[in-house]
Design a protein around this ligand. Structure first.
Ligand code: AMP
Length: 188
């Protein structure tokens, strides 16, 4: 089963993805986590990505697609993946279609976690407090920019996946457990 968890920054994609890893034995592919690992490792990619991430912009499609394409070929992904934070542009969505096609795989479901914008600000501030500001992009100014980027580049994927008949929506304003139950009902 191959799933995309979709939503604005702070919607809870990572939290729900981790639950599905434990509950269903799927592999979480988080483009943001991969970039943060590259930053922590001090690679060239990490150095270039950090500046872009800290200002809330998107890392280039080529870099992101290359990173996901390399990882999705690993054996542990054969049983299915949860894509978290990817795709974020129409070009990335097309690249994902090609990746899955070439492996004879299908995209089973895109789950949008919908959250009011006011709540996103509160969540990001909470996360910054809980992690001691570990993420350079967890602050109000950068979130404003990330939301603008989300509306411009990423939200257009919703009609793209709705047209394919794979889009489902859960209410991310509910508790984590309630959103998780809704996701479980969708996935069956
Ligand atoms: P996330 O952890 O998914 O919120 O991503 C944190 C940051 O990493 C984003 O604001 C972007 O700068 C970068 N990033 C993560 N995933 C992507 C992607 N699919 N395309 C472009 N940039 C990305």
């Amino acid at each position: 089963m191959n799933i995309i968890l979709f939503g604005a920054p702070g919607a809870g994609k990572g939290t729900q993805a981790k639950r599905l890893v434990t509950g269903r034995g799927l592999v979480q592919l988080s483009s943001g986590d991969m970039l943060r690992s590259a930053i922590a490792a001090g690679t060239d990619l990490g150095l270039r990505a950090k500046e872009i991430m800290d200002r809330g912009d998107l890392v280039s499609d080529d870099i992101i697609v290359g990173m996901i394409a390399a990882r999705i070929d690993d054996d542990d992904c054969a049983n299915g993946v949860i894509l978290d934070g990817f795709p974020r542009t129409v070009a990335q969505a097309h690249a994902l279609d090609e990746m899955l096609d070439s492996k004879g795989l299908a995209l089973d479901c895109v789950i949008e976690i919908k959250v009011d914008e006011a709540a996103l600000f509160a969540r990001i501030e909470n996360r910054a407090a809980e992690t001691g500001g570990a993420r350079g992009d967890d602050n109000v100014d950068t979130l404003r920019k990330r939301l603008a980027v989300y509306h411009e580049n990423t939200a257009p994927l919703l009609p793209y996946y709705a047209d394919k008949g794979v889009l489902k929506t859960v209410d991310g304003m509910n508790s984590i457990d309630e959103a998780a139950s809704q996701i479980d009902r969708i996935l069956g």
